[in-house]
Design a protein around this ligand. Structure first.
Ligand code: FAD
Length: 467
């Protein structure tokens, strides 16, 4: 006999588990199925959380090695990589268990197994032990997330040729690491291993790093990373890899073709993007439409073309970010429960957790130029911020873009320490339709890095007071 629910969520990542929790809160009988064996999806198991644990630990290691002496602290520093990895695993274990607790609290049934749609509203679940179960529900949310995009002709062995997953668990610090792809994940994990002692070279097909980011910020970011010792080969592609007894020979050539050259390395990390997980889900059986990139097509209410089937998170269009998936989860669950769920896609921040961090929200200058929007720019460098000086974090600047006529904040881009946290107030400003003057006239604590955001807002109207 089939187990019946009001709603079943396929996938237990930030999209899936938050949707199931919100459905439970709203009084619906909900289940969340994930095949991984622990809930939390890519984010908690092999993404945001383990990468941030290693970024934090490696940043402290690097700081202790290089900056402590400047602060008058003498320390002899040694790396204990197994302990660093164990701390990361501990955090992952605690947070994935937390999802199970939240399921129990909100009466969500968490089911471990691979789900497949066999008809609209009907799902077959195969357990790891070969057991099977059929579930039925009026509403089904697809939240199956994304997976690493492969590099044609290159086989990932998660040892010498790794994806982000393998790069989170290397057993030793490679002498040389080649990062293929200068996007967020490649630069974050490249930074981890650089700080721990690897020589890191980044290969990027495009003529710039972090595609889509405000170009001025992106260029400044590359300069900072180069100063830290990372090297970049832009407009370059990898065309082959040969495994040697002691390392790899990687063949590269200009993106548009031309003279080949060989780079010797110990580990190659492939980070050329992620693709939606929409295979083997039975979507073709029930007739759900996918786009050219394999993403589930939905309307603004996350409904697919098949009644009762919805999609959220990385498996549909939009930025592949945990908090975007989470916001869509809440909106989708509320819409299913008859409420007015909504996501403001102009107010979804994005952060690169390197040091310094990069945070962005809203429109870039390039977006505004392309759309013909008249805008004003306000900038403020961290070299002129008192707190930044005291913590020796003066690199970078805040850039605010506001509508030339209405002064409404349209975008903000920050390169600097704590950029991710600093951005929260600008996201709120955009959400509330605030003007740059609203930020400029809001009191900010002294001495904090947040004052740089305020000063950048003042600079929009030309009255920065600290420069
Ligand atoms: C190294 C790395 C670092 C990242 N850092 C950040 C960051 O700092 N901030 C940020 O916002 N984002 C980050 N991301 C991206 C973030 O992890 C994703 O955007 C987010 O996890 C997407 O959530 P989701 O719920 O859509 O999918 P996922 O988290 O991918 O979860 C989908 C789940 O569905 C399950 N599943 C798939 N098919 C089936 C099936 N047939 N049956 C049952 N279960 C199934 C999978 O096992 C998986 O657990 C990072 C990603 C990586 C790889």
């Amino acid at each position: 006999m089939a187990d019946s629910f009001d709603a079943i969520v396929i996938g237990g990542g930030p999209g899936g588990y938050n949707a199931a929790i919100r459905l439970g809160q709203l009084g619906l009988k909900a289940a969340c199925v994930d095949k991984r064996g622990s809930f939390g999806g890519t984010c908690l198991n092999i993404g945001c959380i383990p990468s941030k644990a290693l970024l934090h630990a490696s940043e402290r290691f690097h700081e202790a090695e290089t900056d402590f002496a400047k602060l008058g602290i003498k320390a002899s520093v040694q790396l204990d990589l197994p302990a660093m990895m164990a701390q990361k695993e501990k955090v992952v274990g605690e947070l994935t268990k937390c999802v199970e607790f939240l399921f129990r609290k909100n009466k969500v049934e968490g089911i471990v197994g691979e789900a497949k749609l066999i008809a609209p509203g009907q799902i077959a679940v195969r357990g790891k032990d070969g057991s099977s179960r059929t579930l039925t529900a009026k509403h089904v949310i697809i939240a199956t997330g994304s997976d690493v995009s492969p590099l044609p002709g290159v086989t990932i062995d998660e040892d010498q040729i790794v994806s982000s997953t393998g790069a989170l668990s290397l057993k030793s610090v490679p002498k040389r690491m080649l990062v293929v792809g200068a996007g967020v994940i490649g630069l974050e994990l490249g930074s981890v291993w650089k700080r721990l002692g690897s020589e890191v070279t980044v290969i990027e097909f495009l003529d710039r790093i972090t595609p889509g980011m405000d170009l001025e910020i992106s260029k400044a970011f590359q300069r900072v990373l180069t100063k830290q010792g990372m090297s970049f080969q832009l407009s370059t592609k990898v065309t082959g890899v040969e495994k040697k007894k002691t390392g790899l020979s990687v063949t590269v050539e200009p993106a548009q073709g031309g003279q080949k050259s060989v780079i010797e390395t110990d580990v190659m990390m492939v980070c050329i993007g992620r693709r939606p997980c929409t295979d083997n889900l039975g979507l073709e059986t029930v007739g759900v439409t996918l786009d050219k990139r394999g993403r589930v097509v939905t309307d603004a209410h996350y409904r697919t073309n098949v009644a009762g089937i919805y999609a959220i998170g990385d498996c549909r269009e939009g930025a592949m970010l945990a908090h975007k998936a989470e916001d869509e989860a809440v909106a989708c669950a509320e819409l299913i429960a008859g409420k007015a769920g909504h996501v403001n896609y102009d107010a979804i921040p994005s952060v690169v957790y390197t040091f310094p961090e990069v945070a962005t929200v809203g429109k870039t200058e390039e977006d505004l130029k392309a759309a013909g929007v008249q805008y004003k720019v306000g900038k403020f460098p961290f070299t002129a911020n008192a707190r930044a000086k005291t913590i020796m974090a003066t690199e970078g600047f805040v850039k605010i873009l506001a509508d030339a006529k209405t002064d409404r904040v349209l975008g903000c881009h920050i390169l600097g320490a704590e950029a991710g946290n600093l951005m929260a107030e600008v996201v709120l400003a955009i959400e509330f339709g605030a003007s740059s003057e609203d930020i400029a006239r809001t009191c900010h604590s002294h001495p904090t890095l947040t004052e740089a955001v305020r000063q950048a807002a003042m600079a929009v109207e030309g009255w920065t007071m600290q420069m």
